[in-house]
Design a protein around this ligand. Structure first.
Ligand code: SF4
Length: 377
């Protein structure tokens, strides 16, 4: 702890020592987790998982920080944390209609490491590596086939593109996981983006607060603080991912002044019950201070048919959630269209029809009422 009696040098020294300690903690967490497919040999996998591990891991890398690994209940073969990170033989079964690039990132990529699908915002890919590799990832083909890390030089064409397009107001760092980068790299990226006057918002899409919460350090927060409004969009999928460590990570981000939102993916066998989603959304908002933002219908990533629900199942779940949760706790159920058509809401519609200015609208209780519009001249 610092005190008023500390000289500035002593304060700097204490702060540096604390930061070094923070760095050691998260690096240990990575080192003691699963980093290679061979590390899976030490885990109590089922014979089928063991048999599939090599082939599945060759298709999509394996990495699981220790904190996340420790959440798995190995006595439960259907454990929802295990299902998200341990390679499954079912990943090797590809269904017709599944795609390498499910939301057409490549088609809308005018320069390397950037996707420009909507006028006012771009996706920027500073790295194609992650702190954890999720079996359901819709960018898994990119992560496997490219696997490139960060370099400032690799982002130069993207920075030039953003500078030349004044309609761009938001830059979304995604990946790969941007928060798997060192603080220095994050500060460099943030500095380059905030030097472009028309950019207003920096968004960071990350699974790090969930899977490697020790990485959310004071140094990381400082590297992202500057001129821009920053929104960190986390990726919690199950209430068991909400722990003391993730709570601390989110508190650190909130206290850094960042706006926190969460997007989840609806995954069969992980979170496709109203109880799991209700607890997830409630605890995100009430305990972590993270607004549930989107619930994504499963994308057409290869080998993921066994984790996708039907849209009708998703609609029934979100209808039940609306009954149970306040508006601030409810995410919007969306589908990212495969041809690059963007994200569209696919939740149940309450408008049943209209007759001129009279609308028939179904209430939360299921009854249809007539709403007559009253509008001034
Ligand atoms: S952290 Fe994100 S980008 Fe990386 S594997 Fe998981 S879902 Fe995909």
């Amino acid at each position: 702890m610092t005190s008023e009696l500390n000289t500035p040098d002593a304060v700097d020294h204490e702060r540096d020592a604390a930061w070094q300690n923070d760095i050691r903690q998260w690096q240990d967490d990575v080192r003691q987790g699963v980093r290679h497919v061979r590390d899976l040999a030490a885990l109590p996998l089922s014979p089928a998982e063991r048999a599939a591990a090599q082939a599945a891991a060759a298709r999509h890398k394996v990495r699981i920080p220790k904190t996340y690994l420790d959440l798995i209940d190995w006595n439960d073969p259907a454990d929802p944390i295990r299902a998200q990170v341990i390679p499954s033989p079912r990943e090797l079964v590809e269904a017709e209609g599944e795609l390498d690039d499910p939301i057409a990132d490549d088609e809308f990529s005018p320069v390397p490491r950037l996707t420009h699908r909507h006028a006012d915002r771009v996706l920027l890919f500073p790295t194609y590596q992650c702190a954890v590799y999720c079996r359901f990832c819709f960018r898994k083909e990119t992560l496997t086939s490219i696997g490139r890390g960060y370099s400032q030089g690799a982002l130069e064409p993207a920075f030039a593109y953003i500078a030349a397009h004044p309609e761009i107001r938001e830059v979304i760092l995604t990946g790969g996981d941007p928060l798997s980068l060192p603080d220095k790299a994050l500060a460099e990226i943030r500095t380059r983006i905030e030097a472009i006057a028309h950019v207003r918002l920096l968004r960071i899409h990350t699974r790090v607060p969930v899977a490697l919460p020790s990485r959310i350090t004071a140094g990381l927060v400082r590297s992202l603080q500057g001129r821009l409004m920053v929104s960190v969009v986390t990726h919690f999928n199950h209430p068991r991912e909400i722990t003391d460590a993730t709570e601390q990570a989110c508190r650190t981000l909130r206290q850094g002044g960042f706006v926190l939102l969460n997007q989840s993916v609806l995954l069969k066998g992980v979170n496709d019950t109203v109880e799991a989603l209700e607890e997830l959304c409630r605890e995100l908002m009430y305990r972590l201070g993270v607004k549930p933002y989107y619930l994504h219908h499963g994308d057409l990533a290869r080998g993921m048919a066994h984790r996708r629900t039907t849209i009708a199942e998703g609609q029934a779940l979100v209808a039940a959630l609306r009954q149970r949760l306040s508006g601030i706790c409810n995410p919007v159920y969306v589908l990212d269209l495969p041809d690059g058509g963007g994200k569209v809401p696919i939740g149940p519609c309450h408008v049943e029809g209209r007759d001129g200015e009279s609308w028939r609208i179904r209430g939360q209780d299921g009854a249809v009422r007539v709403y007559a519009e009253v509008v001034g001249e």
